[in-house]
Design a protein around this ligand. Structure first.
Ligand code: SF4
Length: 469
């Protein structure tokens, strides 16, 4: 495969390269742009023109340095073995291949893509999407032999992106809905994906009918189709093996796979928990389930949420704490589709444990939430501080309030921990007790099976005096 006619280098060494704002020539999609998408579609052979690249709207050379643009990318593929179940997997490869381009950064997936081109690569002559189209076509054809024909369309015209956006969302929804009729108990094979190991070396996504891939782009059906046509590729079968614990989602086959793929770093996973032996989190997750220790609940925040969440931290801060292929109790990468599953964090209490989420997520999953909880889970419109959150949950009699009874003086206890962010965690099995206060009495806090996870702990005097950090 030759890239001699491409003005920048192409190769796996550029994967993981970040293009910072100051180095960026243009940004396509990304958080500043409302509508963006990438979509792969299976077509009949005679419906596409092989290796054709089309650009609808301004090309890179027509864009001003430092600007942000709506963006759509349509990858149409055909071949005897190409079927609609492969669309999700082909689409996900776009992430990898765009990142092979020197000076190009691709993040996220589907309706959430974020692409940057560096000034340096632009100066080297990479000034047209035509080059990107050629790179994608050559990589797809050489890496996925089932693709016999491919055409690529880039859309930068804002109106045209907007016109095509809804159809893309409908297609994603159709793919997601397909796996909903199936349960994890119905199958004896799950699928694994290691595509994100270039960023998170110990990460494997275990894709089951009821636990969608973290990136929200690959369903169990997609995994099955990919493993069938390319068994040596990054998606492969996982034989479930024996069930260790059905409720927790623990299987011998899954554990064995983690040992093998993480080179022994991860030995056991409970698929339906955010706290105990959770599924690993790479960096591509659509959302994070994050512990809010003050109310013993979990908040949810998605990648596009702007600003701080109820705990004072932004998505990006918590993503740093969550990512990297680790199992971080209380900071758990998930897909939005997993929230529609009846297995959703069931070990931790499922929806009964969710205490905060943005309006945008709520709108997308509302019909899958238990009816009795729909007005009990606050959003950014209801609570943006921990004290407001507590008041809201109490007022609505959210089920999590029942969990508070063991803390007799919850206000004082909550004041001990103000911010939670990763620098590692300490797991303490069993029970230990911390005493706060002097000879005249104080506060006793009992920690059961504690997993403490804090960037900063602030201890305040309960009497008069200066605050110490
Ligand atoms: S998030 Fe998971 S399924 Fe998605 S590309 Fe990464 S490893 Fe694969």
């Amino acid at each position: 495969m030759s890239f001699e006619d491409i003005p920048v280098d192409i190769g796996v060494i550029y994967e993981g390269e970040r293009v910072r704002t100051k180095d960026m020539f243009v940004e396509l999609g990304g958080p500043k742009i409302e509508k963006k998408f990438e979509l792969a579609l299976a077509r009949e052979m005679d419906a596409i023109e092989d290796e054709k690249v089309t650009i609808i709207g301004p090309d890179i050379k027509d864009m001003e340095e430092g600007t942000y643009h709506p963006f759509g990318m349509l990858i149409e593929v055909a071949g005897k073995e190409i079927e609609p179940d492969l669309e999700g997997v082909i689409e996900r490869r776009v992430h990898e291949y765009v990142n092979f381009v020197e000076g190009m950064m691709h993040l996220n997936q589907r309706y959430d893509i974020w692409i940057r081109l560096s000034k340096k690569s632009f100066a080297k002559g990479f000034n047209s999407l035509e080059y990107l189209g050629k790179v994608l076509i050559r990589l797809f054809k050489s890496e996925m032999s089932i693709i016999e024909q491919i055409q690529v369309t880039f859309i930068t015209d804002p109106e045209e992106v907007s016109n095509r956006y809804d159809a893309a969302i409908t297609r994603y929804d159709e793919r997601d809905a397909r796996a909903r009729g199936l349960s994890d108990a119905d199958v004896d094979t799950f699928y694994g994906c290691s595509l994100c190991q270039s960023f998170a070396p110990t990460h494997v996504c275990t894709i089951t009918p009821q636990r969608y891939a973290n990136c929200g782009a690959i369903s169990w059906f997609d995994g099955r189709a990919a493993a069938r046509v390319d068994p040596k590729g990054p998606l492969y079968e996982i034989a479930k093996g024996d069930t260790i614990d059905d409720f927790r989602g623990e299987y011998t086959g899954v554990d064995q796979l983690y040992v093998e793929k993480s080179l022994g770093k991860i030995t056991t996973v409970a698929l339906y928990s955010a706290f105990e032996k959770p599924h690993t989190s790479c960096g591509c997750f659509e959302a994070i389930a994050f512990v809010i220790p003050e109310v013993d609940g979990l908040g949810i925040v998605h990648r596009d949420f702007k600003g701080e969440t109820v705990n004072g931290l932004q998505f990006s801060s918590m993503a740093d704490s969550t990512a990297g292929g680790r199992q971080v109790p209380g900071f758990h990468g998930i897909s939005i589709e997993y929230m529609r599953s009846t297995k959703f964090l069931q070990v931790d209490g499922g929806w009964d444990r969710i205490v905060w989420m943005p309006v945008a997520i709520r709108k997308r999953v509302e019909e899958f939430m238990p009816e009795e909880l729909r007005d009990k889970i606050p959003t950014e419109e209801d609570a943006m501080t921990i004290s407001d959150l507590k008041a809201y949950l109490k007022e609505k009699n959210h089920p999590v309030v029942e969990r508070w009874t063991e803390l007799e003086d919850e206000d004082e206890a909550a004041a001990l921990v103000e911010a939670v962010q990763d620098t590692g965690y300490v797991g303490v099995p069993g029970e230990f007790t911390a005493m706060i206060g002097g000879a005249g009495g104080g506060l006793e806090i009992i920690f059961k099976n504690a997993k403490i996870y804090a960037e900063k702990v602030i201890i305040r005097r309960t009497g008069k005096g200066e605050k110490k950090k």
